[in-house]
Design a protein around this ligand. Sequence first.
Ligand SMILES: [Zn+2]
Length: 306
Amino acid sequence: MKKLMQLFCMLAVFIAGGVGVAAAKINAVATIPDLAELTRRIGGDLVNVSSLATGVEDIHAVPMKPSFAVLLNRADVVVLLGLEPEHAFLPGLLEAARNPKILRDAPGYIDCSTYVSVLEVPTRLDRALGDQHPMGNPHYNLDPVAMKEAARALTDGLIRNFPEDESTFKTNLAAVEADFDTNIARWEREAAPLKGKKIVSYHPDMVYFADRFGMDPVATIEIRAGIDPTPSHIEELIDRMRREKVDIVVRERHYPAGLAETIAQRTGAKLVELPVMVDGVPEATTYVGLIDYNLQAMLKAVQGGA
Ligand SMILES: [Zn+2]
């Protein structure tokens, strides 16, 4: 009996200790590394952050792992792009995680798209055709100005859940915004040679990036978001690219190489292979590194081909 009591006491201490540790930090789960980094910067020492995607995946098809449900079960907040790019994995995981704090419409569900000016908003919803972008284009993480807006929505979300830490979040946000401003000014200067350059990408991932830096995203290798190309689509695309003198074909690195290579060869466009998230290539371990990598790859293509 004494032994049993001892065991109970140990268990109680263990549980109390566990709860104490859990309460010490805010547990945040972000869907992509870009948002994990922002959460880490705005939450500072107050947060413990994990990312579901590693950065190399197609955001529309991040493979679900049992460990994701465990992470989400323990999460105080989930931080997402919003606009439905996480539709293939997040709703199922939230159901499996059984955590009322982070269900859609619960305070812990932090949708970072609130302040983003959404591009390519469809005039009618037609998901029967398989459109992956029912709310408009969700790939705003490749536009630093949109990500600065995302930082603001993320800060609102953290304050909503942890009002006692508002001043810390706001101080950190101000530093993040100042960094964004400095880098955005530099990127806009560096991107000057990209103005007016025409690009075709595999999927409409590059629309915000193109818009920010004055490029013209004329078409995609996919028929439209999530719809694989047919041979006739490819022939029409090649004709159009020759006519319009498209400068660059982007293969986002999670799409197959062969087709983009063939299209580049047949049209004379330069092939550029790009990550679409932080950690999508070893050189892009930070958000600044991601935009630097993509800008430099584009610049190399247009300047090399001049
Ligand atoms: Zn997409």
